[in-house]
Design a protein around this ligand. Structure first.
Ligand SMILES: [Zn+2]
Ligand SMILES: [Zn+2]
Length: 373
């Protein structure tokens, strides 16, 4: 994972760190233009960052972890502390003001948390692969850790130890982004397998809803709670804005059968029935809506099923195809092209702006405020 630049926007300032060992702060001037105010060279390149606007604390993950404090007018930056947190490159940093904790993960496969007041390490947890997504719920002190194996681990943090709560496995690729909505108590995970999964943590029913709307690796996830929209960005430049006000259903488990559950023709491994009925075995497919095992002839049509998270056309059996109305096919997401390969995304709720940074080293600022007609 290579970041060309990382950024954060708050009020009128925009903090940007690039791989070229520099940190820049841009300020919005009266003219509406952004002008550089701080330019500082770092001792090593920065891989991830977290910014807390209340304390103006900028936590950066490098080969070790470092912290800087930005002055009130965002025109000056002073080093605050260095954390010797990891043996390898830091992959994610997260500052939790309520706890005064700095959480971090590294390529050394360690998840650690430090007291940001004393600088002391409080605890550590060994992960099976290195971590690429990290979120924290202040209310229950649960940390959500997404890793390279595609797994999401939930840890309950205490002052100086932690316990494993549970793990979720739903992705076939590595987890690239995590986003926690503390109000709905829902966790979103994005993956290199192009999908997003919405895990209903608060509902405690174990529901996991898949969102299929990207053609490439999901790179960033942000939740706009006031408009109830999930914003996702992918490497091919796609930005999808998901309406999370709609109730989506889980995709069904795929059923197993030795013959088509519609026309009853045997599948090719079912030699006995093939012999008995003197028929050639057919290839097995699955209807994405009912989960039934069907042959190609009984599932020749394709449809979008937005209420199941399928914004693209997928295979459905003939009877399900008949049951899907035009109303059901109404998209529940909008699709946009950022025209650069997204590596990082940040949504700022106070301004309604979305920032994307790309492999082209360009930072784009998008106005996400709804158009009132
Ligand atoms: Zn069939
Ligand atoms: Zn079906």
């Amino acid at each position: 994972m290579i970041f060309n630049c990382l950024l954060y926007q708050i009020n009128q300032a925009c903090v940007m760190v690039s791989l070229h060992r520099t940190i820049r702060v841009w300020l919005k001037r009266d003219s509406g233009q952004y002008w550089p105010s701080v330019y500082q060279t770092l001792s090593s390149s920065c891989s991830c960052m977290a910014f807390n606007p209340e304390t103006r604390r900028l936590s950066m993950g490098m080969d070790t972890g470092s912290e800087f404090i930005l002055s009130e007018d965002y025109n000056k930056m002073t080093p605050a502390r260095t954390y010797q947190a990891h043996q390898g490159r830091v992959t994610v940093v997260l500052f939790v003001l309520e706890m005064e904790w700095l959480l971090s993960t590294g390529q050394d496969k360690n998840f650690t948390w430090h007291c940001s007041e004393s600088g002391q390490q409080l605890g550590t947890y060994r992960t099976s692969t290195w971590v690429s997504g990290l979120q924290f719920d202040v209310e229950t002190r649960h940390a959500f850790v997404g890793d390279q194996s595609g797994q999401v681990t939930i840890l309950k943090l205490e002052q100086d130890n932690c316990s494993l709560v549970t793990t979720f496995k739903g992705h076939t690729g590595n987890v690239t982004a995590l986003c926690w909505d503390p109000v709905q108590r829902v966790l979103f995970s994005g993956s290199s397998d192009h999908s997003i999964i919405m895990w209903d943590i608060g509902g405690r029913k174990g529901t996991a809803i898949e969102l299929q709307g990207h053609n490439d690796k999901v790179q960033g996830l942000c939740y706009a709670s006031h408009t109830r929209q999930l914003i996702s960005g992918s490497s091919d430049g796609g930005i999808v804005i998901w309406n999370m006000d709609v109730t989506r259903q889980e995709t069904p488990e795929w059923l197993d059968s030795d013959s088509c559950q519609k026309c009853e023709q045997p599948f090719f491994w079912n030699f006995k029935q093939m012999w008995d009925s003197k028929k050639i075995g057919l290839r097995q497919h699955h209807c994405r809506k009912c989960g039934q095992a069907v042959c190609g002839k009984c599932s020749s049509k394709r449809s979008t099923i937005p209420l199941m998270g399928f914004e693209f056309e997928v295979r459905v059996c003939d009877s399900c195809y008949e049951s899907i109305t035009d109303e059901d096919r109404a998209p529940t997401a909008t699709f946009h092209d950022s025209k650069h390969s997204i590596v990082y995304m940040h949504y700022e709720p106070t301004t309604g702006n979305l920032l994307t940074s790309g492999t082209d080293k360009v930072v784009k600022l998008w106005d996400m405020t709804p158009v009132v007609s």
